[in-house]
Design a protein around this ligand. Structure first.
Ligand code: CO
Length: 669
């Protein structure tokens, strides 16, 4: 055993005032970021973090991760919450434990490299709002994408934690690309950049216990900063992997509180606390306090999120990740995407195509945003490629990757794919080799001019600069210029109880269809929608209030998704049945709006998504193949070409609108 990590039993006093271990294992709790991001599609609300915040602050964590990754996006897009406000609010409760965030290098908390001016302001404002540890990664492990943010992190006096994305091309550590030497070199590079600590980020849970031992030991021997391990549970190996890492001398590990642990999330904290009790790596944590926190989470918080858990499987372990190395989050995205496109039967083709696409795109690690880039392109290839002709629909992000806008790939991109992607690419057909942000024009002043007075401070400006479409929508809501949609509002435990009652009714067959369509009342504007889950089936139930009692106006079975829209709150308790409420009726909703009757060639949405922008206006002339509209699906942009030459008519959507598959985006006459 290495002298770094020798694990010894040193005492038998297990109460909470036990003597401090010689070298306690340090723990970062990541329940409030990666925990709910992994299990509940990042839908955790600030108000549900507050009940445990002060107690968590007392535990003695090295840091708590509360921000970054997908939180910024999900909060403004799906929760109607100001991401900055979460930091300020939680800071009032966490007075001792440093805050940590996941920073996607020059991607910040978005899906592309932003210009240097945006990156610098983002870091400054994040520190101003209470951030202390910046866990910084780059999806390609190209540390040139750290060159702008790291000096700002350091100037602000914050902790720079450099990340190495852990990925494999073989079942175990090794092979041509991702071998021990690769990771040691990356650790040395980070040390040279001034990393205060180094994190190995195993986002897909691919690291096996013995590889962890070898890797951690080797890195500890080669560099001085603290070594931190982040390894997802997905494959089921992570508790063993962490334990071998502890034996190899790892300094810090990431864990979650039990209700946020396991599945595609992380190992739970409590078994580590118990396993290390009385050893020289004893965490020193009070197991009773942890149990108290778990109690609150279990009773007061998690019932509001349980419906977001992917309960289609009994198994907690995703065996596919061992077979296909497809990270859990990416896999559920792929499945959702295929399901929405009625192509779930193509999943095996997707598994086959994925390693091929990854290899062609430079054998890159799969982590946001590269997991989306590779995943979406794989789905596009499976769905839209025709015999022998591949890459028929290339996303804007794949083009950017081929141009070098994300950085240098681990191995060169396939030259044919690259040439095809860059044909007619607006920045030019010759890829760049410099640091990507060097070719990006400053973005801040342009964003400031575009958003104008709607951005009251720099924090607002950043929301817009990072997410122009959804960020603007959010700012309109924040300042009362647009109503906050019901679907974005939180639910209460009361609502959960009412939903459970509804499920009970459905199970007993009381949500029955009423035959006389004529008796169906008009759905009013006040109707609120519930998602009701019954044994794998999912119903959208609209509840309308008439004369003081809720009336069910429709109950439509929905395609189940792993992360359905958050159910909404606030149905009034059934008062005394003053009104003879019409019996609930169930009726499947129309698939999608019928195509408007018009001459010409309709442009149907090939996939569900959000309209980013129309590149042509009503009445413009287009040539076949020219881009008419750009839609975003799985966070990736797809430029949709005109199916024929002619005049553009029938545009009924605008930027920010969601469209279903098959909806008519325009008609070419
Ligand atoms: Co993670």
């Amino acid at each position: 055993m290495s002298d770094h990590g020798e694990l010894n039993l040193v005492g038998m006093n297990y109460d909470k005032d036990r003597p401090k271990a010689e070298r306690p294992l340090l723990i970062e709790d990541i329940s409030l970021r990666d925990g709910h991001q992994s299990l509940f599609a990042t839908r955790g609300r600030t108000e549900d973090m507050i009940p445990v915040a002060e107690q968590m602050d007392d535990i003695g964590f090295w840091a708590v991760e509360v921000w970054g990754g997908a939180t910024f996006d999900a909060m403004h897009r799906f929760l109607g919450e100001d991401p900055w406000e979460r930091l300020r609010t939680l800071k009032r409760y966490f007075t001792k434990t440093p805050f940590s965030m996941l920073l996607r290098g020059q991607n910040l908390v978005g899906y592309r490299n932003y210009a240097d001016d945006v990156a610098k302001l983002f870091i400054k404002k994040t520190v101003d709002n209470g951030m202390e540890v910046f866990r910084t990664f780059d999806a390609l492990n190209d540390y040139r994408n750290f060159e702008t943010v790291v000096p700002v992190i350091k100037e602000c006096g914050a902790h720079f934690q450099g990340c190495i994305c852990y990925t494999l091309t073989e079942p175990r550590l090794g092979g041509e690309v991702y071998n021990l030497d690769y990771f040691i070199q990356k650790a040395k590079d980070l040390e040279d950049m001034g990393a205060d600590s180094i994190c190995i980020k195993d986002m897909a849970g691919l690291m096996s216990p013995y590889d962890a031992y070898e890797l951690i030991k080797a890195i500890k021997e080669n560099v001085k900063p603290l070594i931190h391990l982040h390894s997802h549970f997905t494959s089921g190996m992570s508790p063993m992997t962490h334990f071998k890492a502890i034996e190899a001398g790892v300094d810090i590990i990431d864990t979650c509180m039990t209700p946020y642990a396991y599945r595609t999330s992380h190992a739970a904290l409590e078994p580590f606390v118990m396993s290390l009790l009385g050893t020289n790596r004893d965490t020193g944590f009070d197991i009773q306090s942890l149990a108290d926190i778990n109690g609150i989470l279990e009773k007061e918080v998690l019932p509001k999120y349980k419906h977001l858990l992917d309960d289609t499987k009994v198994s907690m372990i995703d065996i596919n990740v061992l077979l296909h190395q497809t990270p859990g989050g990416m896999l559920s995205n792929l499945v959702n995407q295929l399901r929405e496109m009625d192509a779930l039967d193509k999943i095996d083709q997707v598994y086959k195509e994925l390693p091929r696409v990854r290899k062609e795109l430079g054998q890159i690690p799969l982590v946001t945003p590269t997991s989306q880039i590779v995943g979406t392109q794989t789905v596009n290839n499976v769905l839209f490629d025709t015999d022998g002709k591949r890459y028929n629909m290339i996303t804007a992000q794949v083009k950017d990757l081929c141009y070098g806008l994300y950085g240098k790939t681990s191995v060169p991109i396939d030259s044919q794919v690259q040439a095809k992607a860059l044909k007619g690419y607006d920045r030019g057909e010759t890829p760049i080799t410099c640091r990507p942000a060097e070719v990006l024009e400053p973005e801040l002043e342009k964003a400031r001019a575009e958003i104008g007075d709607l951005a009251v401070d720099d924090e607002d400006l950043i929301v817009y600069a990072l997410f122009p479409v959804t960020g603007k929508k959010y700012l309109m809501q924040k300042y009362g210029k647009e109503q906050v949609p019901e679907a974005l509002k939180p639910i209460t435990l009361d609502d959960v109880e009412k939903q459970n009652l509804m499920i009970e009714k459905a199970k007993k067959g009381e949500l029955v269809e009423k035959s006389a369509l004529a008796q169906r009342p008009e759905k009013s504007e006040n109707a609120r929608t519930f998602n009701v889950f019954v044994e794998g089936e999912y119903f959208e139930v609209g509840v309308d209030e008439v004369g003081g009692a809720p009336v069910i106006t429709y109950a439509a079975p929905q395609a189940a998704t792993a992360a359905p829209a958050a159910p909404v709150a606030g149905v009034v308790a059934p008062a005394a049945p003053a009104v003879q409420a019409p019996a609930p009726k169930a009726e499947p909703r129309a698939e999608s709006a019928p195509a408007p009757a018009a001459e010409g060639t309709p442009m149907n949405a090939p996939m569900p998504g959000m309209v980013i922008r129309y590149e042509k206006n009503e009445g413009d002339t287009v040539n076949e193949g020219e881009t008419v509209v750009v839609i975003e699906a799985m966070k990736m942009e797809n430029a949709l070409p005109a199916p024929a030459s002619g005049v553009v008519r029938g545009i009924k959507y605008s930027s920010g609108d969601n469209v279903a598959k098959g909806e008519v985006l325009a008609i070419i006459e």
